[in-house]
Design a protein around this ligand. Sequence first.
Ligand SMILES: [Zn+2]
Length: 423
Amino acid sequence: MAARAPFASPLAEELAGDVLERFLRYVRIDTQGAPRARRRPSTDKQLELSRLLLGELRELELDEVELTDFAAVFARLPGTVDAPAVGLIAHVDTTPDVPGGGVEPIVHEAWEGEPIVLPGDDHQVLDPADLTELAARVGHDIVTSDGTTLLGADDKAGIAEIMAAVAYLARHPERPRAPIRVAFTVDEEVGRGAEDFDVASFGADVAYTLDGSGLGDLEVETFSAASVRVTIRGHSVHPGTAKGKLVNAVKLAAALVESLPRDRLSPETTEEREGYVHPHRIAGGTEEAVVDFIARDHDDAALERHLELLHDLADEVVRKEPRARVEVEVRQSYRNMRPYIDENPRVVEAALEAIRRAGVEPRLAITRGGTDGAVLSAQGLPTPNLFTGGQEYHSVREWASVQDMAAAAATIVELATVWAEPA
Ligand SMILES: [Zn+2]
């Protein structure tokens, strides 16, 4: 039997039981969103968890507990001192990419370091030889699914941590704290988490999403992102009489994709701060074909260059086949939050200090994706992303360490205290 790993701090240890109990309860509720749905939320089942949280927040006697007309749960915990109001944000939905109903969480207590074979599908193995973050957590209490579904730590770990932290703060009015604003949003995984989010009625001066991963990470940079649709119009003719007339949009679309750089500028060849253009969908026929791309970079100027490249490659299609018509539509998705966060350095300093007080070494990180915080930051609410302790998101091998989740909850409590202190 491996010795059980210690907690990051006495506060983390005190919070661990509540965080785990909540987490196990929340992940059993199926909250998958649906892509390309018009309605909001994209699925009604997300609101099952939202309603449960409304009830629990009312039991904790938080103020102004409500379901907003953009389907977010809002609540307020008054401060004990006059200080900036701190927003805490997580999302109730889970990714539609992996089965998410009927989650049966398993707690591997004081895990001894052996490969974890998930009992619902013995092809699904969490092998510490492949997973360095897992290998570093011998002795931790590791939570997994049974291997047939995702776990849902993204983002129910964040929700459980916020709830446990807020419950603790409400029970300890003697502890100085800044005013707290809580928000649980829907449809983050389908890119609509911050849609219609009313920053003014939320009433926070600064905010943090609890939607990160590795212990101690504070993400202050996201990608800037755009989506691009290239529509190629050919000329369809019966193949029996097509000589000299047919202009085949299928072949032109294939040539466009083929003309992309091979060894760079793609998700599969880049990491860290390297951006990319990524064709993720192709559809059509001889008359018309559509290629959908996403373009990503941490640097806005570099993103513009990636978009220019796509324009150039699209122009090249018409240069080679002047009878074709090509249309390029660009839609900006979100911006790197870094410049907005840099305007208020205390947002980062306070979080780093709170992580330290929770007994964890903080680490500034970048994310190769977007967050709700990127959208909110651009709207004037600086919102970096804090770790939750979940790992291997969007897969049936998703796992979370109870010790790390408890450290995240302790970080939130400390954050309320740090913001209550004079700047
Ligand atoms: Zn998430």
